[in-house]
Design a protein around this ligand. Structure first.
Ligand code: ZN
Length: 159
């Protein structure tokens, strides 16, 4: 479990501007940085175009923006960020069905209120054996859903 994330004001401003510029569509991107034991430190934000066919309600990372970031091994992806133009900063059931759940932190920027809300979560999968699912649960949750835990964000001034 990660205990906290350090975020600088300048990176925060960069991703907030990107999310606002894409409104009413969901914006997305990667957060790069490093991990020191149980602490995550964010050093930069890389915007990625939202390639979803329904971009007001979901995001899907544009492959040509995403692949160079994923393949570049000179830095570490420590977070995936997306915006909720009209919803709170809590993961939707679709967000929890992500195949990227092993990325250390998942960020949601909510633009629904005049005050912008930012939350970061760690997603974890609990691998239950198929036998432990009842018929009803399988129908209700057709896809694997991650569980999520908030990670406290510590805002720091730029050096
Ligand atoms: Zn979402």
């Amino acid at each position: 479990m990660y205990t906290s994330i350090q975020l600088t004001s300048s990176v925060r401003e960069t991703f907030i501007s990107h999310c606002i510029a894409n409104k009413p569509m969901e914006a997305c991107g990667f957060l790069l940085g490093c991990i020191e034991v149980t602490q995550i430190r964010i050093t930069s934000f890389v915007p990625v175009a939202n390639a979803s066919r329904n971009p007001e309600r979901q995001f899907s990372m544009n492959a040509s923006d995403m692949i160079p970031v994923v393949l570049n091994n000179t830095f570490t992806i420590v977070g995936i960020l997306h915006s909720h133009p009209n919803a709170a900063a809590t993961p939707s059931s679709e967000d929890l069905s992500t195949t990227w759940y092993d990325i250390p932190s998942h960020w949601i920027v909510s633009l629904q209120q005049p005050t912008i809300e930012i939350a970061a979560y760690q997603y974890t999968h609990n691998y239950q054996s198929p036998n432990s699912f009842t018929e009803t649960q399988t129908t209700k949750f057709p896809k694997k859903q991650a569980q999520y835990y908030p990670i406290p964000i510590i805002l720091i001034e730029d050096e």
